[in-house]
Design a protein around this ligand. Structure first.
Ligand code: ADP
Ligand code: MG
Length: 294
């Protein structure tokens, strides 16, 4: 064993470990895009961790908004693209015309682009490094024909990875982030990281949505807080961020993954919850834009 010598560069001091070297600054931050056109309001859907329901939320909020507005959905989860399956269009393929990539039309009025449309089948894994994923997201934003879209929803992979970084740098004019959390302590802690990411990138937080917030028994109506409940609301209060609403656990939402039929189109109860969240979201955006007209 070599001696731990204080004169050597690999010397490890005994006791508390301190990190003295700050991380290197990002050298090549991309410029804001001049090619992302045609989308009035861009909304990023993020979370601190996976499996909290970002894709489910993105798809159902997109379908909800599409009843009144023109909506585009950008599946920015390049390695785990789920949106086409949730919208029942996973067999479609993307094509380009002279004007660019033609987004896939869905029966719900939402137009969508996703890596899933470029894969030979659902089993194929995309194993791409950050730089390639960055390029793919950039193409979905810049090279797709987004004509007159009122709301563009961006469904991200979990955490604060390359895709979110790409988008926040390419389109600083985004309306901001909706953070999806589940009510467990750990998920709330992870949500704080996503909020911190938004702050560091100077992106506004539109609000927090608590998903899987209790389970209402379909037989007796008793609500069981499987993952606890209400944590996201207190987090929102603590951080002075708007709270947009709670979505309980519903069997119809789980079935959406198999049927490809968004839950808001099969359950009046879920539809109502999503309508309220959509209204709260739009109100936040409109109020802020009135206060700070660009
Ligand atoms: N409110 C809910 N009730 C029941 N199941 C849900 C709910 N929200 C999400 N799920 C289920 O949880 C799983 C993960 O959701 P998903 O949207 O893929 O998460 P993410 O995109 O954050 O990884 C899916 O199987 C989905 O059907
Ligand atoms: Mg997802």
């Amino acid at each position: 064993m070599t001696e731990n010598n204080p004169n050597e560069s690999n010397y490890i001091p005994k006791g508390k470990i301190r990190i003295n070297t700050p991380p290197p600054p990002i050298q090549t931050a991309p410029q804001a895009s001049t090619k992302y056109k045609g989308v009035k309001h861009t909304i990023m859907v993020m979370s601190g961790k996976g499996g909290v329901g970002k894709s489910t939320f993105s798809v159902n909020i997109a379908v909800t908004l599409a009843r009144k507005y023109r909506v585009g959905l950008i599946d920015a989860d390049i390695n785990g693209p789920d949106d086409p399956k949730l919208l029942g269009v996973s067999k479609e393929k993307l094509y380009t015309s002279e004007g660019g990539i033609i987004p896939i039309d869905t029966p719900y009025g939402v137009r969508v682009v996703s890596m899933a449309f470029l894969l030979p089948d659902e089993k194929t894994a995309v194993i791409w490094r950050g730089s390639l994923r960055h390029k793919a997201v950039q193409q979905f934003l810049e090279d797709t024909i987004w004509d007159d879209v009122d709301y563009g929803i961006l469904d991200f992979p979990p955490g604060t990875g390359d895709e979110a970084l790409t988008v926040s740098q390419l389109i600083p004019q985004t309306e901001g982030v909706v953070i999806v959390v589940t009510p467990q302590e750990l998920a709330l802690l992870d949500a704080k990281k996503a909020i911190n990411f938004a702050e560091q990138m100077h992106i506004k937080v539109i609000g927090i949505v608590e998903n899987m917030s209790g389970f209402a028994c379909p037989h007796c109506g008793t609500i069981t807080d499987i993952f606890k409940s209400g944590g996201a609301e207190s987090l929102a209060r603590e951080l002075n961020i708007p709270f947009l609403g709670k979505i309980p656990i519903f069997p119809e939402i789980v079935q959406n993954g198999d049927t490809g039929i968004p839950a808001v189109t099969v359950s009046k109860e879920i539809e109502k919850i999503y309508n309220n969240i959509a209204e709260a979201m739009i109100e936040q955006i409109e109020t802020r834009n009135k206060q700070n007209p660009s």
